[in-house]
Structures are given as C-alpha cells and as structure tokens.
Design a protein around this ligand. Sequence first.
Ligand SMILES: NC(=O)c1ccc[n+]([C@@H]2O[C@H](COP(=O)([O-])OP(=O)(O)OC[C@H]3O[C@@H](n4cnc5c(N)ncnc54)[C@H](O)[C@@H]3O)[C@@H](O)[C@H]2O)c1
Ligand SMILES: [Zn+2]
Length: 439
Amino acid sequence: MTHTRTSNAFADSTTHQAYRDGPLPSYAAHEYDAVAASLPSPHAEDVIEQCFEVRFRYPVFFTRDLFAPTNQVLREVLTSERNEKPKLLAVADRGLLEHHTGLEPKLRDYAETHELQLIGPVLQLPGGELVKQTAEGVDRVLEAIHQGGIDRHSYVLAIGGGAILDAVGYAAAIAHRGVRLIRIPTTVLSQNDSGVGVKNAINAFGKKNFLGTFTPPYAVLNDLNFLDTLPEREWRSGIAEAIKVALIKDRSFFIALQDSAPRLLARDKNAMQRLVVRCAQLHLNHIASGDPFEKGSARPLDFGHWAAHRLEFLTDYRLRHGEAVAIGIALDTIYSRLAGFLSPDDCACILDLLRAFAFDLWVSELGAHLENQTHPRSVLRGLEEFREHLGGELTVTLLREIGTGLEVHEMDLSLVRRSIEELRGSALLHEDRALSATA
Ligand SMILES: NC(=O)c1ccc[n+]([C@@H]2O[C@H](COP(=O)([O-])OP(=O)(O)OC[C@H]3O[C@@H](n4cnc5c(N)ncnc54)[C@H](O)[C@@H]3O)[C@@H](O)[C@H]2O)c1
Ligand SMILES: [Zn+2]
C-alpha cells in the first residue's frame, strides 16, 4: 500500500490552486468524460493521510455576584473577540430561579448596561436529572437557538446545576454543529467537576449519558454566591467529587478535606471556595494532561462511577449523582483493600471521611440480585455498561494509596460481592449505634 501525502493525484497542489483561484470551470455534459480521463488515474491502494491538530483553550473564572453591573467578567468574555453587541441566549435552571427570583431582571439590566443583545426571555428548564431523562429540554433549547438566530459567533449561557449544563451543552454542541457555550454552574458539583470539563449528555435507553458529545465550552464562570441557596443535600453531594479526585490525584488535598470537614459541614464559604478551586484545578489538569476526549479505555476521573451511574438508574435518580459517587467510592475502596492494593488504614480513613460528610453508604438496591450479574436490577451489570460506554477493554480505577490510583482490567466478582456485603454490614452497625445513641 502506498502512503501518499502530496504526490497523490487527488492532493495535487496545482489542481487545488486552480480551483481556489476562481470559480469552478464549467463543462458541457459530454466534456466530463474527457476531463476525467485527462486527470492522472488514482491507484486503488493510494491513501491520503489526513492529519491536523486543534488547540482548545478556555478560561474558568471564579467570581462573586456575576451579574452585578460592576462585575466585568461576563462582559470581558463576551467582547474578547471585539464583536459588536454580542448576541446571547440564556437558559436557566428553574430550581435555581425559584431561589433567585431577581436573576432574570438582573441579567437584563447587565445586558443593557454592557450593550449585549439578550435574545427573548430567559428559557427556563426543570433542574435536576429530569431534564436529562427525555429529549424535551434539548429540543426546547434547539428551538430557541433556531428562533433567536443564534449562530456560531453568538453565545448560549447555561445557568444551573450539572444536569442543566449537560442538557444545554448537548443542544449547543449539535446546533449548527456547535455554537459557543458559556457555562455558569450553580451547584458545588458543577462548579468543581462537571461544569469545568468537556463533556455533555442526556440519558437514553435507560443508560446514563448515552447521548452526548465531547465539546469544550467557550468559558466557565463560577459564581460562589449561587451556592448560598443550595439545599443541604446538594451542598454535600458535590463534596463527593472532591474526595474522588483527591483520592486518585492528591493526598494533601485529601488531608485538607479531613481538616476542613467541620467547616464545610457548617457551610463555611471560604472553605468551600478553596475546595471548589482545588478540585476544579485537579480536574482541568487531568483533562489537559492526557486523553481529553477519552479515546483510550482509561478514565481515572470516573473512579467510583461504574457503580454510581448504575445506582442512580436503579434508584430512579432518588440518589443524587454525588451521593451515588460516595457509595461507588466506598465500594471500590473496600475492593481495593480486599484485592490487596490498599492498606486497611487508608481504607478506614476514606470510609471515615465519607461518613464525616454524612454520606449514607448503603441503599437496598446495591444488595439486590448479586447472584446474577446480568439481571436488569443488579448493580453488577454496571461493570459491563461501564465497559461498553468507554469502549474497548474494561478499565476500572482503584486505589493503591490515598492520592494514587491504579488501573485494573478485570474485577473479581466475588470480591465485589464481599465489598458490598461489608458495606451492608457496616451500615447496619452504624444504624444500631445511632439508635442506641438516641435511646
Ligand atoms: N458532564 C460531566 O462531565 C459530568 C460530570 C459529573 C456529573 N455530571 C452530571 O451532573 C448532574 C448532577 O449535577 P448536580 O449535582 O449539579 O445537580 P443537579 O443539576 O441535578 O441539580 C440539583 C438540584 O439543585 C437545583 N439547583 C441548582 N442550582 C441551585 C442553587 N444555586 N440553589 C438552589 N438550588 C439549585 C436544581 O434545580 C436541582 O433541583 C448529573 O446528571 C451528572 O450525571 C456531569
Ligand atoms: Zn461524577
């Protein structure tokens, strides 16, 4: 086989030049055969090797009161390419708007002050997993993009939790093959993890994130003030992703989380800001360091996620993503110890920290149908779904020690079952202790 770069007839630079310099020559129908015959004949085995690289760059800002008229962050992002009166469509999480009723007028005033063209009313979508469960939310964003004449030089602002960002991000990625997306994450989890990365998705066929793309955002604007109104469950839920990234990447971050647990639980904003920034940074470093579009089989940032995604589905999304991740981390931590990779001390420290953040490490769905890994209600089916989602060989990240992950390509099902039984046992023990403490 001949690998040809520019010598191939199809890639002949002079032929290309002639076409580029003027309109395509026009031929009468009967002349086509003669023209085709005059071209050098290609060899069937010729290959034109296409190769190019695309560089991605996007800023992740940390600010407060993003839409205050004096806050320049959004204006600067929107005018960085010197476009006059940039056009934008805003889509917001209804659950967020219930707590921030003044957000739309504030955004409108901001747009007026800074000469931005805000198209139509803010499009409101239901927050939480519901928006990812059907294509309805995505369709509504696509329609608004179409009606508002949003093009590849305009902007979609997605304001909300990770679910809204995923759904709006997917719509923005497929409209016109990609319009600019500015993410404004409003939960702990989306500010420290999901909102700063390159993925979007909705669920389909009972599978988490089945439809989606890898599309880096134009910018991410994290406003810490949004976190003030988070229900307690959402506030804690995002901490699970910070524990996850600390466990696989950064022991000192894990220790900082242990130290700051009481402050984080008391909703100390400065402690949360430090957590969000460090977690986002580790996440971003990871994306930039290797395989941003996950072409390989390894996905260390999904430590604990094979079970987490499955449990979200099995509990009909009663569990928040972060809560499911906490259980997934506990499970794979115990497995790492049982498999002889992780020391018992490290294992105990990790479980203690998860419990310190009041994560419940047991749900009944975890213990169902463990004898049959293909049963539609068995958590064990999550391993095959995880492999299928990644493609290629199963790759699961486990722990060697706190701060260092390790990849395996096989999970011993009897050890997974033992890990689950251990979680069941300690959940019962903690329940008993809690009962006797209140008796
Ligand atoms: N794309 C990725 O890389 C990635 C990574 C991790 C998680 N995710 C996805 O993120 C989703 C979870 O996101 P999440 O944890 O941010 O929760 P969420 O988006 O499900 O939101 C949780 C709830 O909080 C409400 N809410 C949002 N902001 C609020 C605020 N400031 N004040 C009060 N209420 C507010 C929402 O309306 C919703 O009811 C899951 O679907 C998960 O799969 C995606
Ligand atoms: Zn996650």
